[in-house]
Design a protein around this ligand. Structure first.
Ligand SMILES: C[S@@+](CC[C@H](N)C(=O)[O-])C[C@H]1O[C@@H](n2cnc3c(N)ncnc32)[C@H](O)[C@@H]1O
Length: 402
C-alpha cells in the first residue's frame, strides 16, 4: 500500500498537498511541511473510506476501498485531497464490511489534513515536548506528530477498540511507534503525565478535569468545545498553577465528532413532552439563528442540554424544537404569518428560548463580535465562557454545566 518511491505518485501528491496548504497559509513552518511530505496518508486509510451521497433516503455512504477501485491512481488522488475521509459508521461498520451504499452516522475518520495541520501549527510544540492526543482515529495526525517530534514524544488515546487496533497496525506499518492507549481519552493518561501539550481531535462539552491535572503549568490544551446543539469552537488554553486553565477561542469554523461519552442521549419519543402545557408568545428570533456559527454557539451556552428536532404534521408546516430531556423543558417554534416570523411555545421548568434570546441580545448589543471575542476559563469545579466586550475582560459570561 505504501509507495516508498521518493518520486512516486504518492510522493508527488504529498508535495502537491503541502504546496496547497502552504499557499492557503495553513502550513506555516518548514518542520510541519516536512512531516506532511513524509507521512503516507494512504497507509492510514488502507481499508478504504466512505464516499458520501445525498438521495431520497437521506445521506448514504458508499465504500471506496483501493481493491475495488479500478483506477488506483484516482483513489490515491482522493486520499490526498484536503477532505475528511470517513472510516467508520455507527461505531462498528467499516468500508470492507459492506458492498453498496448504506445509511449511518460517522464515528471515526481521518480529519482533513488542512485542519490537522492548522491545529498542529497552533499547538506549536518544540523539539523535546511531549504531546498527548485524544482521538487517534486512523493514526494520520499521530503519525505527523511522530514524524515531527519523534515517536517517543507522542501518546495517543482512542476510545473505539477496532479503530485503535487499525491505527496501531497502520502506524507500525508506516514505521512509527508512539505510545498508544485504547480507552476513554476524557480520563487522559495518568501514567504518562505530565505532558507539555494536549490536542483533542474529538470535541468535548466540558473540559475533563484529568486534562487539567495532566498538562504541566505553562503547557497548552487545544480542543474543540461543542455540545448537543452542535455549536462548536476551537479553544487554546494555557494551563496555570493549581489545575486552572484559560485561553481564547481561535478563528475559523472548526468542528469535530463529539467525544463518545459526551454524546447526546437519544431523544426517543418526545411527543408526550411536546404536548405538555406551555405558554406562547411571539418569538423575537426564529430558528434561523441556529444556522449561524456564533449564534448557534451562544444558543448552546444558554441552553446547554438542549437538542434540536424538527417535525412535520400532515399538511402542517415544519416545526422547530429545542428540547432538554434532562429536565423536560421544550420550546417549539411555529411559523406565524408568511414573513419569516415565529411564535414560540415553551414548557417545563426552563424557558429555553427565553434564555437563547437573552444570549443573542447580549451578543448583538456587543456588536455581534466573532467567536475570537470569547474566552474560556476552566478549573476542576467551574468552567466559564466569557464574551470580552470592547476587547476588555469582565464581560457577560455563561457557566458550563459540569
Ligand atoms: C475525527 S476522528 C480523529 C481523527 C484522527 N486524529 C486522524 O487524523 O485520523 C475522532 C476520533 O475520536 C475518537 N473518540 C471519540 N471519543 C473518544 C474518547 N472519549 N477518547 C478517545 N477517543 C475518542 C473516535 O472514536 C474517533 O476515532
Amino acid at each position: 500500500m505504501i509507495d516508498p518511491a521518493p518520486d512516486g505518485h504518492a510522493a508527488r501528491l504529498r508535495k502537491r498537498l503541502a504546496d496547497r496548504l502552504t499557499a492557503s497559509g495553513t502550513l506555516r513552518s518548514s518542520a510541519w511541511r516536512t512531516a506532511v511530505e513524509a507521512v503516507p496518508r494512504e497507509a492510514f486509510v488502507a481499508d478504504g473510506f466512505f464516499r458520501r451521497s445525498n438521495g431520497p433516503q437521506g445521506t448514504m455512504w458508499t465504500p471506496a476501498t483501493p481493491a475495488d477501485d479500478d483506477d488506483a491512481d484516482a483513489w490515491l488522488e482522493e486520499v490526498y485531497a484536503d477532505e475528511t475521509l470517513i472510516t467508520q459508521l455507527d461505531s462498528g461498520v467499516h468500508p470492507g464490511d459492506v458492498d453498496g451504499p448504506v445509511p449511518g452516522a460517522p464515528t471515526s475518520s481521518s480529519t482533513l489534513p488542512g485542519l490537522v495541520v492548522r491545529m498542529l501549527e497552533d499547538l506549536a510544540p518544540k523539539g523535546g515536548d511531549r504531546v498527548l492526543e485524544i482521538g487517534t482515529g486512523t493514526g494520520y495526525s499521530t503519525a505527523l506528530m511522530c514524524q515531527r517530534l519523534g515517536s517517543d514524544q507522542v501518546t495517543s488515546i482512542e476510545y473505539d477498540p477496532a479503530t485503535a487496533a487499525r491505527a496501531r497496525a497502520a502506524l507500525a506499518a508506516a514505521g512509527y511507534a508512539p505510545r498508544l492507549v485504547q480507552g476513554d481519552g476524557l480520563l487522559g493518561d495518568d501514567d504518562g503525565a505530565p505532558y507539555d501539550h494536549l490536542i483533542a481531535t474529538c470535541a468535548v462539552r466540558t473540559l475533563p478535569p484529568a486534562w487539567l491535572r495532566q498538562v504541566k503549568p505553562g503547557g497548552t490544551i487545544l480542543t474543540t468545545l461543542s455540545g448537543w446543539l452542535y455549536g462548536s469552537g476551537l479553544v487554546q488554553l494555557t494551563v496555570g498553577e493549581g489545575g486552572a486553565a484559560e485561553g481564547s477561542f481561535l478563528p475559523g469554523t472548526v468542528s469535530f465528532m463529539i467525544a463518545r461519552p459526551h454524546a447526546a442521549p437519544d431523544l426517543g419519543d418526545v411527543s408526550h413532552l411536546l404536548h405538555q402545557p406551555g405558554d406562547e408568545r411571539p418569538a423575537r428570533y426564529g430558528p434561523e439563528i441556529l444556522q449561524d456559527w456564533v449564534p448557534l454557539f451562544l444558543a448552546q451556552l444558554a441552553a446547554p442540554a438542549a437538542q434540536y428536532l424538527s417535525t412535520k404534521t400532515d399538511g402542517g408546516p415544519w416545526l422547530d424544537h429545542a428540547i432538554d430531556i434532562t429536565n423536560g423543558s421544550f420550546a417549539t417554534l411555529t411559523p406565524a404569518g408568511g414573513d419569516g416570523k415565529h411564535h414560540v411555545r415553551q414548557g417545563g421548568p426552563h424557558r429555553l428560548w427565553d434564555d437563547v434570546e437573552s444570549a443573542i441580545d447580549i451578543w448583538k448589543a456587543a456588536g455581534s463580535p466573532p467567536q475570537t471575542a470569547f474566552s474560556f476559563t476552566a478549573t476542576p469545579t467551574r468552567q466559564t465562557v466569557r464574551l470580552n466586550t470592547s476587547g476588555t475582560p469582565g464581560g457577560p459570561s455563561w457557566t458550563l454545566r459540569l
